[in-house]
Design a protein around this ligand. Sequence first.
Ligand SMILES: [Zn+2]
Length: 306
Amino acid sequence: MRGHSEQATQLPDSTLLNQAPGRTRTVPENEVDVDVEFADLFTATERDSPLILHAPHGGRTIPERFRASFVVSADELEAEKDRMTDHFTGELVASITGASSVVNHLSRLVVDVERFPDETEEMNQVGMGVLYTHGSQRQEIRRPSALERGELLAFFDTYSRRFTELVDETLARHGRAVILDVHSYPQHPLPYELHSESRRPQLCIGFEPFHAPDALLDAVRSAFADLEQGDNGPFAGSYVPLKHYRKDARVQSVMLEVRRDVYMDEESGSISDGRQLFVRLREHLQRLVDAVGCQILDTQSRPRLL
Ligand SMILES: [Zn+2]
């Protein structure tokens, strides 16, 4: 997989891409049943669309058996989740019609499905690669055992593979696959951030030129026209399966990093203003999905690689 500075996960077997259309289910946070834990962490729906909405960081689930390796208190772990979770992005993505949605319910503190799995991942330097050992304050949060690492990396591989299959299936059916990678980020930088000096626009648009034709970027800028926007900062890039990364320009991808105060109260962790802000954000995203769904792939355009 590939992507950006915040990335995504997977699951063991069959359930993944076999969900009934429209099905969404939230996994209880303290789920103990192993099969249930993993079977429902990943959902994909509505394959009649070239669009794939992805919410990799909205989950808060930490399966019970993976809690023992965390070296912080239960309260600190919850506080860390409050800081690091892309709150309500799963709900946001699941509420959109006319696109496949992939919603990861597992907390990024367990596995970050959107990191590069190798040494090219810059977040490794702060202990926040695929398997975090450190948290947002640069504090140590976990010492995973070798056994645990194996299981969690298998989850990463499965998630990546299932996502790749969905992209391939979408390409076969539609001739293109457009990934909208939905995240959110805090108004004020956290100590772990490597590019915290960057401006923090209400909407940070992340992309790689090879996978982001002008028509897609124009559609994003237009759909979110009333938000202050910036490109590739403080977070850059967008999720593309490694199989297609910089190889297949029919796979388009753009990351939407919404500054959290745009749609929620960061202090209380709730959706603020009687949900009106959240509803407005949802309308912007739906507008984008509707617009991109109507676009025709320009097969004559040459991919740009900068
Ligand atoms: Zn994120």
